[in-house]
Design a protein around this ligand. Structure first.
Ligand code: COA
Length: 184
């Protein structure tokens, strides 16, 4: 059984486990191997505990569960950088390899958009590493890649693309319609 719910403090370790596993899958060949190998669930658990404890206005963390085990998560909040007011940013969105293509990514994205909208944001952006084929997922979800920038990710320069949604309300309706069509 698949379900989504807001992340709780007790989820920090499970979120960190998903993060470490998906980063190793996703960024092999993009980020230096030693960085991926030395990623630590304990260290990332501490990070997520802090994030879950200090959630600021407009921030949300959502987890996706299959049979009560966390297999994906996403987080969002007000956009960082030069964006119009009322722009939100999806900061993370990760689903374990064995649970991809089941509709969880779209359901998580929809939940994050809905949370941003509830908190007064009207638009959203997601920065994706250009080499990551997840960018095509965001295109399929209606995002428009407008901006590129070079970011320092763990001491590595990576090119990222900003995918934007100009109308979160309309984006949610589109995602709902596609979910209904695919019966997910
Ligand atoms: C990208 C990601 C979140 C998508 O989640 P998912 O659960 O696999 O996606 P869904 O099953 O919800 O897919 C929804 C639709 O998008 C399509 N899709 C999924 N991944 C896609 C991709 N990489 N490229 C193009 N289309 C994709 C699916 O086929 C599906 O199509 P449909 O509307 O015809 O049914 C997931 O694959 C993932 O975690 N990848 C690794 C980590 C990552 O790169 N995260 C993003 C960091 S910015």
């Amino acid at each position: 059984m698949i379900r989504l719910r807001p992340g709780a403090l007790a989820d920090a370790q499970s979120i960190a486990q998903v993060q470490v596993a998906t980063w190793r899958d996703t960024y092999a060949g993009v980020l230096p191997t030693d960085i991926l190998v030395t990623m630590s669930v304990a260290r990332h658990t501490t990070h997520w505990q802090a994030a879950l404890l200090r959630r600021r206005a407009g921030e949300c963390i959502t987890v996706a569960l299959v049979d009560d085990a966390i297999v994906g998560y996403g987080s969002a909040g007000p956009a960082r950088g030069r964006f119009p007011v009322a722009t939100g940013e999806v900061q993370t969105l990760y689903v374990l390899h064995d649970f991809q293509e089941l509709g969880l990514g779209r359901a998580l994205l929809r939940a994050l958009f809905a949370s941003l909208l509830r908190d007064g944001m009207r638009r959203a952006v997601i920065w994706v590493v250009a080499q990551n084929h997840a960018r095509f997922f965001y295109e399929a979800m209606g995002g428009v890649g407008r901006t590129t920038r070079t970011e320092q990710l763990w001491k590595t320069s990576v090119e990222t693309i900003g995918y934007e949604w100009d109308n979160l309300d309309a984006a949610i309706h589109t995602l709902d319609a596609r979910m209904a069509r695919t019966d997910r």
